[in-house]
Ligand binder design. Structure first.
Ligand code: C5P
Length: 401
């Protein structure tokens, strides 16, 4: 969730600031880029050098910025706010909370906060009576009304020697709060998605098979995009040279159409969205030879074929709430053939692509598609990278849902 994200941490002056370097470390380990800003009083609790070392970024504390060449700029805060995908204020003292709630802007942390358009997470920390005070509660309520998320202070021993609620949430808890919050806000949160991808190989003998040119790239991009949108993803893949780095995608590798069908049926009932991007062989050899066929053994060689199950069409009979999207790769009459498949396979929508369009279909990193839906009709897209096409397809599916 945090990989590749730009996280801006604001630290205000409370003893809990000694824990924030560990939070920086956790974010870095999760693959995020981190920048830190401190109020003056925070720098008495935790050193800018520690934070700069852990974040691998300079820690500004002033409105005015002087670069290596000696040129001076004053708009640090705007650049920092634009850079941030997420802002976290930890610890947020009563003073900083109150100033944030009322638009005060007398330090770099506050002006940056006021300039930030990204999600803001606030981890308050103070003594228990300050935390209970009506004015603190009012500040927190106002900050919630601005759309920010408050990471509740925790109970326990406080620096004053008193015990109660007011301790800044532990860095691990701050991190998991943010991850859960981001995940729950995603459009496919709680949805299970199945994507089939790649070709199937139908064996003739231990050496030979009937297959096709599908690389599987389109299906893999769709699976990766579904994960980014918050889904639980199962990728059922035929033989390809592709890999998925993210271990949160469950990858099931199969070779034949019959194996793919079995895997699909095992997971379909519990799924919400099915995307059949695989180029499934329509036929398989009726008999698979145990040994390699010798060319001398046939005067007039032929292979008898039997029909494979049409996996996606089979889902029509058991489908309940699921949204089912098929693909149609055609060499001619794309729209006519695609419209027919939408109906005969009882799909909710179908992605049409034509081998007649340069750069579309098999063997390219690009594709040119039309999205045809039972509910919303036809939408055409220009030639794009398969990753951009996956984004377009998911945008269409979300509209359908
Ligand atoms: O009929 P055609 O193969 O063109 O249909 C393509 C769509 O049907 C794709 O979504 C593909 O994954 C699916 N399909 C299938 N089982 C088959 C053949 C195709 O699920 N045996």
């Amino acid at each position: 969730m945090l990989k590749g994200k730009n996280i801006l941490i604001g630290i205000s002056g409370g003893i809990a600031a000694y824990k924030t370097p560990y939070l920086v470390r956790l974010f870095k380990l999760a693959g995020a880029s981190v920048k830190v800003i401190l109020t003056d009083s925070a720098s008495q609790f935790v050193s800018p050098l520690t934070l700069a070392t852990l974040s691998e970024n300079a820690v500004p504390s002033s409105f005015v910025n002087e670069d290596d060449q000696g040129s001076v700029s004053w708009n640090n805060h705007v650049a920092l706010a634009l850079w941030a995908d997420i802002m976290v204020v930890a610890p947020a003292t009563a003073n900083t909370l109150s100033k944030m709630a009322h638009g005060q802007s007398d330090n770099l942390l506050l002006v940056t906060y006021l300039s930030a358009k990204c999600p803001v997470f606030i981890a308050p920390a103070m003594d228990l009576d300050m935390y209970k005070h009506k004015s603190t509660k009012e500040s927190l309520d106002r900050l919630v009304s601005f759309g920010h998320a408050i990471i509740p202070a925790e109970d326990g021993l406080l620096a004053s020697g008193l015990s109660g609620a007011g301790r800044m949430a532990e860095p691990e808890h701050i991190m998991s709060f943010i991850v859960n919050h981001l995940r729950e806000g995603q459009p496919l949160f709680g949805k299970q998605v199945i994507v089939t991808a790649g070709p199937t190989y139908e064996p003739i003998d231990p050496v030979r098979f009937i297959g096709n040119h599908s690389s599987g790239l389109m299906g893999y991009e769709l699976a990766k995009r579904a994960l980014k949108l918050g889904a639980e993803v199962i990728l059922i893949s035929g033989p390809t040279s592709l890999d998925i780095e993210d271990e949160t995608i469950k990858v099931i590798r199969i070779r034949t159409a019959v194996e793919m069908n079995k895997a699909v049926l095992e997971y379909f009932q519990d799924s919400d969205i099915f995307i059949g991007a695989a180029a499934v062989a329509d036929y398989r050899p009726a008999h698979v030879h145990d040994q390699k066929i010798k060319k001398e053994s046939f005067a007039n060689p032929h292979i008898e074929l039997v029909k494979n199950p049409d996996i996606i069409a089979g889902l029509a009979k058991i489908k309940k709430h699921q949204f089912v999207l098929g693909f149609a790769l055609e060499t001619q009459d794309v729209l006519k053939n695609g419209t027919k498949k939408l109906k005969t396979k009882n799909l909710d929508a179908i992605v049409l692509n034509s081998l007649e369009d340069p750069g579309a279909g098999f063997g390219h990193n690009t594709n040119k598609i039309q999205f045809l839906s039972k509910k919303n009709g036809l939408k055409s897209f220009p030639l794009k990278s398969k990753s951009a096409v996956a984004t377009d397809i998911w945008a269409e599916i979300l509209k359908e849902l």
